[in-house]
Design a protein around this ligand. Structure first.
Ligand code: ADP
Ligand code: ADP
Ligand code: MG
Length: 651
């Protein structure tokens, strides 16, 4: 075993690797960018080396700086985590050239799976079923459209260098093929610098089922499957293992195919073979096809750990340090069922817009394994993906594991940023999901119901008002309270963009009436705890003028300063700003254009996703301050609308 390893990553996966290394008595070295100097992974590691500025290209993607950090600290091996350099074969070559061990597959195995067309060819030769389609070299549009006709519509055009769902187009009829091809190529060229595509049969009622494999360079085993069908725009949201409805026959067929794939490239370490499955008539062994192989540890590996009781990072370290596979196939047992939900700082009503913020409160449920790269007080910065935690539950049956997930989500408390907690909670209550009737279209079909927001109840509004006026809270008990005894006090609050006044009438230090919304709520303090209409008040967290009431996945209230009322009216203001640093992908308006509230003005690509920027009000574009292709900072002014007066004068 190694004495010391370096982790070339950040966030939850860096923390996760450090934990297993520590368990094995291995020293750890973290690397960090300026944005992460105070991060959890830095605090957890035995040593930490600064490697550059916040942008990934200036730090976590700088192979040279990372290898140098390993040399300086005497680390013998580098664990790449996922993302960043984890699937970069040139980095593997450089690590090995420096006399260090890369904890992962060989550069040649990564290269073999790097392009989807070459990988499919290789898998076909190894006898692994691949999605029917054309993955040849002829990129002539006529030839490709002929191939699509032969396959039969609907078809999927995929960038061979693709990832993250980019450069992918669904085409349902021949007349739309040429346009779809041009746009897939354009996107692939910008994103990957490679415009080659392949054509695939589009599978109806598709399920994404992937096999966890593990190799030592010669032999390989699988650790069963994960179902990742719960996706939003090709991004996984909730994963589980085993797959609902899986039969022994299907599992054996998929497991054998995955092991064949791993052995065909002499795979070493942890990897995932992704299959697309036609679930229209249940799971059948002749209805699954290879999609691609991810040559790294996967985000959702904890569900596999939960059902097999294997520590996959421990296995990675053991195999990388020269040990043989820690277990034979028949020693790997499946127990119970597990789920993982990805908790993100994102604004679901605003279209799943990634969010930032300092987490003034962060509390997890003891019901779950919570893998997190942040602690209370840490900041979700705009530089990296906005994951807060992965929440993993296990149980003897799917039903119990899912009930535990629902409970764990319910007990998770985050303040300081909006989150997707309510959306995850709604998924755990989805009827189709509950019975295991999953496919990759489930979320899109029911998106309205899944993102419907619970309104705040009068009790929750009343609590926010009491906290806002310091009647309830942890400040010195009710200072000055008697001064306004028998007085009415009004406080203005905002909840989900809607303002309301709450009127508090104090009868004593322990008893008041609060008019909030349309109802009166009676608040009484008994033995130090507040009761609202006779029921215990929910927990809350206050940070400045923001109050989070921990009910229904968290209701956020803002105290409105009556003197400064319009300060926050940015949405309806003149300037459209970049909500985070990113790349301007497209601008849809020109100076002088008349726009309507809600109209799409531009697309910003940031934090791995595309964000549509819309007009906050009707108006006229006075100035275009950016253009497609520009890299912009958070808060940069992109588009200015004419002043409302200017507009009126012009009209
Ligand atoms: P997986 O396919 O492993 O379940 P995802 O689909 O969420 O995970 O992510 C695919 C890859 O993109 C992973 O390697 C992940 O680390 C990487 N990734 C996620 N967010 C970012 C980011 N902000 N910057 C760079 N890479 C990212
Ligand atoms: P990426 O490299 O972008 O992850 P994948 O080939 O892994 O691309 O596909 C991503 C997702 O797209 C899958 O999880 C699945 O939801 C969908 N998908 C891919 N291929 C097909 C197909 N042939 N039929 C239906 N859906 C597909
Ligand atoms: Mg994929």
């Amino acid at each position: 075993m190694f004495n010391k390893i370096l982790i070339a990553n950040r966030g939850e996966i860096a923390c996760r690797v450090i934990e297993s290394a520590r368990k094995l008595g291995v020293q750890t070295v973290a690397v960090y960018s300026d944005a992460d100097a105070g991060a959890k992974h830095v605090a957890l590691a035995d040593e930490a080396v600064h490697i550059g500025a916040p942008a990934p290209a200036d730090s976590y993607l700088r192979g040279d700086a990372i290898i140098n950090a390993a040399r300086v600290t005497g680390a013998q091996a580098i664990h790449p985590g996922y993302g960043f350099l984890s699937e970069n074969p040139d980095f593997v070559d450089a690590v090995e050239a420096a006399g260090l061990v890369f904890i992962g597959p060989s550069a040649s195995a990564i290269r073999a799976m790097g392009l989807k067309d070459a990988a499919k060819k290789l898998m076909e030769e190894a006898g692994v079923p691949v999605v029917p389609g054309y993955h040849g070299a002829n990129q002539d549009p006529e030839h490709l459209s002929g191939a699509a006709d032969a396959i039969g519509y609907p078809v999927l055009i995929k960038a061979v260098a693709g990832g993250g769902g980019k450069g992918m187009r669904l085409v349902t009829k021949a007349s739309e093929f040429a346009d779809a091809l041009a746009s897939a190529r354009g996107e692939a060229k910008t994103a990957f610098g490679n415009e080659a595509v392949l054509i695939e049969k589009y599978i109806e009622k598709p399920r994404h089922i992937e096999l966890q494999v593990f190799g030592d360079g010669e032999d390989a085993v699988h650790l069963f499957e994960r179902d990742c069908s719960l996706q939003r725009r090709h991004q996984k949201v909730i994963e589980e293992a085993p797959a609902p409805g899986m039969t022994t026959e299907m599992r054996n067929a998929m497991g054998e195919a995955a092991v064949r794939a791993a052995k065909a490239i002499g795979y070493k370490g942890a990897g995932t073979v992704e299959f697309i499955v036609d679930g229209s008539e249940g799971l059948r062994p002749d209805r699954f096809w290879f999609m691609e192989m991810n040559t790294r540890l996967q985000v959702e590996h904890p569900v596999t750990e939960a059902i097999t009781n294997v520590d996959l990072v421990e296995w990675q370290l053991r195999v990388a340090s020269g040990e043989a596979l820690p277990a034979a196939q028949d020693q790997i047992k499946l127990t119970g069922h597990a789920f993982e939900a990805r908790l993100y700082a994102e604004d679901v009503p605003a279209g799943f817009l990634p969010s930032t913020g300092t987490l003034s409160h962060l509390e997890f449920s003891p019901m779950a394994r919570n893998d997190s790269g942040v602690r209370a007080g840490d900041t979700i910065s705009p530089w990296y993906d906005p994951m807060i935690a992965k929440i993993i539950t296990h149980g003897p049956t799917r039903e119990i594991a899912l009930a535990r997930l629902a409970r764990a989500l319910d007990e998770t408390r985050v303040a300081g940023s909006v989150t997707n907690l309510a959306f995850l909670g709604a998924l755990t209550r989805h009827k189709g999901f509950a019975v295991g009737d999953v496919d990759t279209g489930l979320i899109a079909r029911d998106i309205d119901g899944l993102t419907a927001q619970a309104g705040a109840t009068p009790r929750q509004m009343a609590l926010a008002a009491l906290v806002a006026t310091d009647l309830v809270g942890n400040r010195p008990a009710m200072s000055g309270f008697t001064l306004w005894d028998a007085l009415n006090r009004t406080v203005m609050l905002d909840h989900a963009g809607e303002r309301f006044d709450a009127v508090i009438r104090a009868h004593s230090a322990d008893y008041c009436s609060v008019w909030a919304g349309e109802t009166e709520v009676e608040a009484k303090r008994i033995n130090g705890s507040w009761l609202l209409d006779g029921e215990p008040a929910p927990a809350f967290s206050r940070n400045g003028d923001t109050i989070t009431v921990f009910a229904d996945a968290g209701h956020i209230f803002h105290v409105i300063d009556p003197i400064n009322q319009d300060a926050g009216a940015g949405a309806a203001g003149n300037v459209i700003e970049a909500p985070m640093p990113g790349l301007v992908k497209a601008v849809f308006v020109a100076e002088g254009d008349v726009v309507e509230a809600g109209q799409r003005l531009a697309i910003l690509e940031a934090m791995k996703m595309e964000h549509t920027l819309t007009a906050g009000r009707d108006g006229t574009v006075a100035e275009l301050l950016t253009s497609a292709g520009a890299q912009v900072e958070a808060g940069a002014a992109l588009i200015r609308l004419a002043d409302e007066d200017e507009g009126e004068e012009a009209a």
